[in-house]
Design a protein around this ligand. Structure first.
Ligand SMILES: Cc1cc2nc3c(=O)[nH]c(=O)nc-3n(C[C@H](O)[C@H](O)[C@H](O)COP(=O)(O)OP(=O)(O)OC[C@H]3O[C@@H](n4cnc5c(N)ncnc54)[C@H](O)[C@@H]3O)c2cc1C
Length: 395
């Protein structure tokens, strides 16, 4: 029997899509390669996710934000960007503005678990675990999806949310701009003696960068990004030597530090698909756009894609129209392409500028920070991106 919608993957983007479709009569089948406990009770994975105000609004609309334990939501009150050893910094402060925070940090495993809890009672959802999709093939009016264990299904609409390394993206004939930064992010939670004053730091040192996201006053998520060779050396350091490295790079701003989690590492690859749709097929989440984490926009964009695509489908259903028409798919693609292109290439430009160790680049980034501080419109534009609550479209 042909299924209404098949979604590949049960990551946060897929489950946001499912949640956005909760009032629809369409039956959704999610195929996930991982076992059930990995989705129902995900473990801490080192990713503490910075969410924009627009994402908070979307998650509120999905009745998911309300389900987060308030203790697990960490507001970012201030942000401070530092370049090299320069005492000069680019500063943002929400307390001088009308909004309550610049953004909010929630751990990835909490987001995933809360989305799972919110969707599991939906009567229009079934999730097949241990289901590794090995092949997809176009058929008349839909797709055939085959699993590694030999099972197969047919669907009228196939939604791929199978990560930035999506296999189904290329199987559907969609090419992507893939940028292997040859850099690795090392992430860990750390406790510290001094208060972070709910401040996020981004320190662009020479050869590596260090980001600190506040998780309460005395705990932060620390993200060290370096070229993969150097990251491998840092991963081999013992705990004490690594802590010393972080303290030194933070100029002991946070006092003595200790680990409150183990270290995790993520190779950094950026992806922007050249199309998000084909007939009866769409990409959402990282499968459509996988961002470098420096601007902390990956899941914000993934959530936006899931919500936006679901809105297009629901609008068609409300008007008694077919939910797989070109109009529905293009409505999603056009909006999401517009939102993500500038963000994706802009972020890659920032990465290039702030990791280039040649003198002109070093001078250029000092100039960028000063200009941004001196020219209020630039700062306002950055703040607006974080705090705007334009519904259905964070950017
Ligand atoms: C270090 C780091 C920090 C980050 N910080 C931020 C931040 O501050 N703010 C932010 O917005 N974003 C951030 N992100 C990005 C964010 O984590 C991702 O955008 C988000 O997790 C992507 O969700 P997704 O559902 O698209 O993909 P994924 O989470 O990758 O999920 C994909 C799912 O598909 C399944 N799957 C894959 N292949 C198959 C297959 N063949 N068959 C069946 N199932 C399959 C996988 O098992 C998985 O469950 C960060 C990322 C990193 C690495």
């Amino acid at each position: 029997m042909q299924k209404d919608i098949i979604v590949i993957g049960a990551g946060p983007a897929a489950l946001s899509f499912v949640r956005s479709m909760r009032n629809s009569h369409l039956q959704i089948t999610v195929l996930e390669q991982a076992p059930e406990n990995a989705i129902a009770e995900p473990e801490y994975d080192g990713r503490d996710i910075a969410l924009t105000h627009a994402s908070r609004e979307l998650l509120r609309d999905l009745d998911v934000w309300q389900q987060f334990d308030p203790q697990e939501i960490y507001p970012i009150s201030k942000a401070c960007v530092v370049d090299g050893d320069s005492p000069y910094s680019l500063d943002f402060d929400s307390q001088q503005k009308s909004y309550d925070a610049l953004g909010f940090i929630i751990s990835n495993h909490i987001i995933r678990q809360t989305l799972y809890e919110a969707t599991k009672t939906q009567t229009n959802l079934s999730i097949a675990y241990n289901s590794n999709v090995s092949e997809i093939a176009k058929i008349d009016e839909g797709y055939k999806v085959s699993l590694a264990d030999g099972q197969s299904f047919e669907t009228k609409l196939l939604v791929a949310a199978d990560s930035r390394f999506s296999k189904t993206r290329s199987q559907a004939g969609i090419s992507a701009d893939i940028n292997d930064f040859a850099r690795t992010a090392i992430v860990a939670r750390m406790q510290h003696q001094a208060s972070n004053q709910h401040t996020a730091f981004e320190c662009f040192q020479y050869g590596h960068t260090l980001a600190v996201l506040p998780l309460g006053e005395k705990q932060s998520s620390v993200v060290v990004t370096a070229n993969t060779d150097k990251a491998n050396q840092l991963l081999k350091l013992g705990d004490e030597a690594f802590i010393e490295f972080v303290q030194h790079n933070l100029k002991h701003r946070l006092g003595d530090m200790t680990f409150s989690s183990k270290r995790f590492n993520y190779p950094l690859v950026g992806v922007h698909a050249r199309q998000f749709i084909k007939p009866h097929f769409a990409l959402i989440g990282d499968a459509a756009v996988g961002m470098h984490p420096v601007t902390a926009h990956g899941f914000n964009l993934g959530l936006s894609s899931a919500y936006l695509f679901a809105r297009q489908i629901i609008n068609a259903l409300d008007n008694d129209q077919d939910y797989t028409t070109e109009k529905v798919l293009k409505g999603y693609q056009n909006r999401h392409m517009m939102e993500t292109r500038i963000m994706y290439y802009g972020t890659n430009g920032v990465v290039k500028l702030f990791t280039d160790e040649h003198l002109p680049a070093k001078l250029a980034r000092k100039a960028v920070l000063r200009l941004s501080n001196l020219l209020p419109p630039i700062k306002w534009a950055i703040e607006k991106k974080l705090t705007d609550v334009k519904h259905g479209s964070p950017f």
